[in-house]
Design a protein around this ligand. Sequence first.
Ligand SMILES: Nc1ncnc2c1ncn2[C@@H]1O[C@H](COP(=O)(O)OP(=O)(O)OP(=O)(O)O)[C@@H](O)[C@H]1O
Length: 571
Amino acid sequence: MKSLMNLMKKYRGDAMIAIIATLVIAFATLWQPRILQEMITAILARDQQTVLNLGLQLIGLAVLGIVAGIINTIFSAKAAQEVSADMREKGYRKIQTFSFGNIEKFSASNLVIRLTNDINQVQMVIMSVLQQIIRIPVLFLGAFILAILTMPKFWWVIVIMLVLIVAVSMFSFTRMGKYFEKLQTTLEKNNTLARENLMGMRVVKSFVQEQNQINKFSKSSDEMTETTIRIGNLFSILMPAFFLIGDLAVAGSILLVGTMVTDDPSMIAAIQAFISYLMQILFAVVMGGFMMTGASRAFVSLGRLQEIYDTEPDLTFPHVAETPLSGDVAFNHVTFTYPGDDQPVLRDISFTVQAGEMIGIVGATGSGKTTLAQLIPRLYDPDSGEVLVGKRDIRQVNEKSLREAVSFILQRSTLFSGTISHNLRQGKEDATLDDMQWAANVAQAAEFIEKLDDQYDAKVEERSANFSGGQKQRLSITRGVIKAPAILIMDDSTSALDARSEKLVQEALGKELKGTTTFIIAEKISSIIKADRILVLDQGRLVGEGTHHELVNQNAVYQEIYRTQKALEEV
Ligand SMILES: Nc1ncnc2c1ncn2[C@@H]1O[C@H](COP(=O)(O)OP(=O)(O)OP(=O)(O)O)[C@@H](O)[C@H]1O
């Protein structure tokens, strides 16, 4: 709430205009029955001039109400949009500072929902608050006082009506609040299911999982429908109940006043004003109830956003001067556990790599190869031990220096929608066409890029759907090598390339990036057979280090991997 108020401060001008406009609307609404009452009295007295004057006043009041309504809508929408845009940006900026661990704690789809749905929720409530917050109490109090002033004897009609409305409201709105909360959770579940299904459509289709997915989605969608129906049911009772109470109050008042009209005709004018005020009281209470329900939903959303704002990145870089880092890498007794887990994934790993070496990393699936590689660009910090890059503990190094030094080509290539050059410039901001061509040649991507109509300006569609798996990998490698980094990590990033292309990439790397330290994580020993040194991982431990020749003769784990792969090749 405090952070919302802080954000609102910036737009207090717009908010104030919106609030002043609601005051004008409330005044116009409250004054109308009063003028009508005077008009009817003048009609009964056959005073045409007064009728005309009052008629003009009535039109003036209506115009004032409409103009104030327009101003209020414009400024409340503007303030609500501006505040929610700021909230979205603040959240987005905060998420950019998150570590992998922070993001995993929330989950990516949960963060997306918080930045879209929850912010929409808050936006709608800000708008409705700016439209109603002053209007409701002013209308309620004004109508209450004016109704009593108009027909003092009937104060108890108002009190009975209010007691009934409050009872119905408490019954319905408290239930509605609970259903709205449930709706939010089911909506989140539905979104996650839809996202997962659409992103994994190929898997769904290839494993003929359509029916399963439909069943899962239907179940969650039915839950949502049921909650929505319950909310609808409450509404369908609530609105007629309010109108019934209002109508009963009106009918009761007319009945009570009926006998007096013959003695005092001015009672006709008074009763119409009284009825109008009753309706305004009813309106104010109902709108107040809706606003409170909306506000309670928005509070839940606000809390969810506040969690993002309050999360401190669990990995920060020191503000020290930028320094170029060499390609020397060392691990000193590194042990690492993923946030939230209780078992370490890497245990007491130590090794040293000289700048310019080509290092292969092998091990069974799940042995910790990717995890080890992720510690080099400091995507996570170890529990104990230290990682050195350029002979410096990376916890003491400026973030930019480390990012400049290390290029990490991920197992799953991720390209962004835009153009090829836009993606390549993520690797080197000021890359020229020459740089792109050079890197594409190293990655064996030049041939297919140059066949495209727009070449380096060719479009990359959402999720790079217009490129094959092998092309995506080549583009990722191009982006990774374009800045000729001091350290290049290739995490199984040639898996979609044929053996010949893989060999050509490695040869080009050896020739064009001579000074670069290269880590190649590979499933196949054939991919790292020529490495200067190979690190062998087994269940998070470094169990061997040496050339292929040395390991194949001495290391049991390596021999086992080699034998299995050889046997498979022979089959
Ligand atoms: N983000 C994560 N959070 C928690 N545990 C993880 C995470 N990523 C990996 N793990 C676990 O850490 C262990 C090592 O995983 P890692 O991806 O490093 O293995 P790998 O040797 O690269 O496997 P593969 O060859 O299959 O890619 C596995 O048991 C895995 O389940």
